[in-house]
Design a protein around this ligand. Structure first.
Ligand code: 5GP
Length: 207
């Protein structure tokens, strides 16, 4: 039987570089597929339909919930965000590892529904570095930076929900670290199961 892929949830502070890590992971290895979320928020300049999100109305979103079309969903800053079910199930059954880049409520619900999923939280090495990265973008007001830092404080409360914390101080190192986590957990349980099945068969003769 073909091996099922791993469901991988990546969350992190805004400014932690999780988007860059996910893009690099997909570029570097074929075995990953990125889930595109559905949202009721309006597209921002530069957002592309079907690439960043599937943009829908609140009504369409609620209809999709009612049809059980989402694997998880959450409200964030007054908008709905959710993971379309069909894509994830198809890719997992094809043996691909599926990445969900979602916030903590969604991550918690995924862990409840899929205990074998892996939850990774990406963070810069320190709060000082987080602030430095947010400032170095040079595009945001002092108020917006303060807002993002306050949000980071809120998000830090849920960090212990995650299976792994990955510190992003070097992109390539970080990408390999995430890939290493997946590789290890992919091999371990499968080998165990194979071993147990084989052992049971062998012991059957003594029944
Ligand atoms: P943004 O509006 O900045 O694109 O996203 C806001 C937040 O929603 C981010 O933390 C992002 O990770 C999260 N998010 C994006 N898609 C989903 C989803 O499908 N489900 C959940 N629970 N959160 C999502």
């Amino acid at each position: 039987m073909a091996k099922k892929g791993i469901l991988l949830v990546i969350s992190g502070f805004s400014g932690a570089g999780k988007g860059t890590i996910v893009n690099r992971l997909i570029e570097k290895y074929d075995e990953y597929a990125l889930s595109i979320s559905m949202t009721s928020r309006a597209p921002r300049p530069g957002d592309v339909e079907g690439v960043n999100y599937f943009f829908v109305s609140r009504e369409e979103f609620e209809k999709t919930i009612a049809e059980n079309g989402l694997l998880e969903y959450a409200q964030y800053c007054g908008n709905y965000y959710g993971t379309p079910r069909a894509f994830v199930e198809k890719k997992l059954s094809e043996g691909r590892n599926v990445i969900l880049e979602i916030e903590i409520q969604g991550a918690t619900n995924i862990k409840k529904a899929f205990p074998e999923s892996l939850l990774i939280f990406v963070t810069p090495p320190s709060a000082e570095e987080l602030e430095r990265r947010l400032r170095s973008r040079g595009t945001e007001t002092e108020e917006a930076i303060r807002g993002r830092l306050a949000r980071a404080h809120e998000e830090s409360v849920g960090m212990d929900t995650y299976d792994f914390i990955v510190i992003n101080d070097d992109l390539e190192k970080c990408v390999d670290e995430v890939h290493g986590i997946i590789e290890t957990s992919r091999k371990q349980p499968v080998r165990m199961q194979d071993f147990i099945e084989d052992m049971k068969k062998q012991l059957d003769v003594y029944r």
